[in-house]
Design a protein around this ligand. Structure first.
Ligand code: SF4
Length: 212
């Protein structure tokens, strides 16, 4: 066990940060309850990643690029794969997304986590990376500011806390649910109260157990 209270080999997927930043319940449904609903958007995204994740290397205009590079952070207990890491020569992670840039920071924290892993693995500093969006087809540069790094580390800690608690948070219905691939499984309106009650019962049982 490390000083953070996390088992040393208990690394969680970087991709989970994107789900957690979008909605904690979505993260729990996917990563605790193993729910996944494939639709047109998710299938396209998966195929894009399968192509980008094929390990390999290429070189263009003197920039070496590694595809599907495995990443790991012992400090944050994260693991995953980078779609592309360009070496300019400093590492520059690039993440591929099929759709448009989003109003939330879920894509940027995922990319920042990749940079934090690379910094730890390669013992170097990484100032920025990029997200390639399919619509329109262009790269958006992301600067790894102290605020983005802090937010990413905070989400990583929250993800581990949720993972250890094994509790699926109650639904928080909102406009964002219309963009959620799990909306028909989550049933946010129906489960906002129900989960709250279930969690209340679980808390009561736990406190009774602690008193015994
Ligand atoms: S439907 Fe809404 S509350 Fe439910 S998981 Fe998706 S975003 Fe979260």
């Amino acid at each position: 066990m490390s000083s953070s209270g996390v088992e040393d080999d208990d690394a969680l997927p970087i991709s989970g940060l994107q789900h957690l930043a979008f909605c904690p319940r979505q993260w729990a449904l996917i990563h605790l309850e193993q729910v996944w609903v494939e639709n047109g958007r998710t299938a396209e995204g998966r195929l894009l990643h399968e192509r980008a994740d094929l390990p390999g290397e290429s070189r263009r205009a003197n920039v070496r690029a590694a595809r599907g590079m495995w990443l790991r952070s012992e400090r944050l207990h994260l693991t995953g794969r980078a779609d592309i890491v360009e070496f300019r020569p400093e590492p520059f992670p690039v993440e591929y997304k099929r759709g448009k840039s989003k109003p939330t920071d879920c894509d940027t924290v995922q990319l920042c986590a990749q940079a934090l892993c690379l910094e730890e693995m390669l013992q170097t500093a990484i100032a920025c990376g990029a997200i390639f969006y399919g619509s329109p087809r262009r790269r958006q540069e992301v600067v790894f500011t102290p605020e983005l790094r802090a937010r990413t580390e905070e989400l990583a800690a929250t993800m581990h806390r949720l993972y250890r608690s094994r509790e699926t948070p109650a639904a928080q219905p909102g406009a964002y649910c219309s963009n959620c691939s799990l909306v028909h499984v989550c049933l946010p309106q129906a489960n906002a109260q129900q989960d709250g009650a279930a969690r209340w019962v679980a808390r009561q049982v736990r406190s009774l157990q602690q008193e015994v």
